[in-house]
Design a binder for this molecule. Structure first.
Ligand code: PXG
Length: 455
């Protein structure tokens, strides 16, 4: 290994030679070369060519407290010297895991007081699938196996995560979903609502769950899983009627409600959890991302009393766990992240100041001729690009307009993610008003240029 700093070209060549990237067409990537992000501070990134980028995506929906917080580095450093690793199997534990579980329980809904730790959001959803089946076995109802998810939901990339999710392109690669997982329509009014009013469509989409339960037989259904707001699916904000009706249905049929908080958790909606924003009552909440603000990988499942009591009181051993469940360094970093979110009032800042201003600016971007719908909640937003605002006609080429817009965005010094032809925003919660102004200006300029190129 040489000591000299590698040039951009050298790094790109080595990257192409040895590094397989997630969700990437490598042939296409090889043609253009990777962008190398070298450092970051606050809401900004710098690449190896010295370009400064405003990070409108908080990394990958995760850097909630912003980049460059020394306290998290110090927490990791201290913990690595004190106890870099120990497990929480075999009647052992360690202070960071204990303190983190209790700190999370403090912010969680009152009926959710236990946490199972994992290394990622995908592992959290693998845990969820095993846990709900274990729960129904313990209830003496082992036939309740099927979990119902949603088309275009995202719950991770492992076999269980990808199966619970409803991404067709993922299912096509490798015979997914695995048996015992079914999918219903998503509450995507702008794209799929047809002639229905938004509220009417919200009820219709929720009642797809009831129909599926009746079709399968309630005694076969274990749980329903959904994100409060779909993230990777394109920031799909459900109509106001959706969640109350889902809650009615899961209550009526007694099935478990899994609310995937991997993106919405830890302040993204302006509340600690998306479930609190929508006033819903989950039995299980998978978490990750904002839990450590992405500074170290960690995930978990917050477990409600109904499932926890079954596991604890009549469960015996649940044969499930990971080497890194509750990893002490990740836990110490998560704990410090939670302290910062709480003590600096970042979740309140997001709810009371940043989100109202961001949503006002997103609505303004909705006035651009290229934007068919601008939508968002809290610190999440999407701009859906259309050829014709009045008819909602799309651009040809399935996502080509989005990809073009995303690339132009980077040229303008802003990172937005494209999901098909929707441009996505999920900035750090700590973004300041003048930075939101900058984001807006860069996005507007990008839309102008994209409109010129798309004709
Ligand atoms: N659930 C949800 C709701 C997610 O958004 C996961 C689970 C899986 O978490 P891990 O930590 O295993 O990645 C996620 C992850 C994208 C994108 O392109 C989104 C995610 C991951 C990668 C890319 O929007 N979300």
């Amino acid at each position: 290994m040489s000591e000299a700093k590698l040039t951009t070209a050298q790094l790109q060549a080595l990257d192409a030679a040895h590094h397989l990237h997630p969700f990437t067409d490598h042939k296409e990537l090889g043609g253009r070369g990777t962008r190398i992000i070298e450092r970051a501070s606050g809401v900004y990134l710098w690449d190896s060519e010295g370009n400064k980028l405003l990070d409108g995506m908080a990394g990958l929906w995760c850097v909630n407290i912003g980049y460059g917080r020394r306290e998290l580095a110090d927490a990791a450093h201290r913990q690595m010297l004190e106890l870099p690793y120990y497990n929480s199997f075999f009647q052992c534990t360690h202070p960071p895991a204990v303190e983190l579980a209790s700190a999370i329980a403090e912010q969680a809904p009152a009926h959710m007081q236990h946490v199972f730790f994992t290394g990622s959001g995908s592992e959290a959803n693998d845990t969820v699938l095993r846990m709900v089946r274990r729960y129904w076995d313990l209830q003496g109802q082992p036939a309740r196996k099927t979990v119902i998810g949603r088309i275009n939901g995202y719950h991770g990339s492992t076999v269980a995560g990808a199966s619970l999710g409803g991404m067709g392109v993922m299912h096509e690669q490798g015979d997914l979903p695995i048996p015992g997982i079914e999918h219903i329509a998503q509450p995507y009014w702008y794209g799929e609502g047809g002639d229905m009013a938004e509220d009417e469509f919200g009820l219709w989409a929720a009642r797809q769950l009831e129909e599926k339960i009746l079709q399968l037989g309630a005694d076969k259904v274990a749980a329903f899983i959904a994100e409060p707001i779909q993230g990777a699916g394109g920031v799909i904000v459900p109509p106001a009627t959706y969640w109350p009706e889902i809650q009615r249905i899961v209550d009526q049929y007694g099935i478990l409600l899994i609310v995937d908080e991997v993106i919405c958790g830890f302040g993204r909606t302006g509340e600690w959890f998306g479930s609190q924003y929508y006033n819903i009552r989950p039995d299980l909440m998978p978490i990750a991302k904002g839990m450590t603000s992405g500074y170290l990988p960690m995930g978990g499942v917050i477990v409600g009393d109904r499932v926890a009591r079954a596991l604890i009181d009549d469960g015996g051993e649940f044969f499930h766990g990971y080497t890194y469940s509750g990893h002490p360094v990740a836990a110490a970093v998560a704990l410090e992240n939670l302290r910062i979110l709480r003590d600096e009032g970042i979740v309140d800042y997001a709810r009371d100041q940043a989100a109202p201003y961001l949503q006002q600016k997103i609505a303004q971007l909705g006035e651009h001729p290229l934007v068919g719908q601008a939508r968002g909640v809290g610190m999440l937003g999407a701009l859906e690009l259309v050829k014709n605002k009045a008819t909602r006609e799309r651009f040809p080429g399935k996502g080509a307009a989005g990809t073009l817009c995303r690339d132009l965005c980077v040229e303008n010094g802003l990172v937005m993610r494209a999901v098909g032809d929707s441009m996505i925003l999920s900035p750090p919660l700590v973004i300041q008003p003048q930075e939101i102004d900058e984001l807006f200006d860069k996005a507007w300029r990008t839309l102008n240029r994209a409109a010129e190129l798309l004709g």
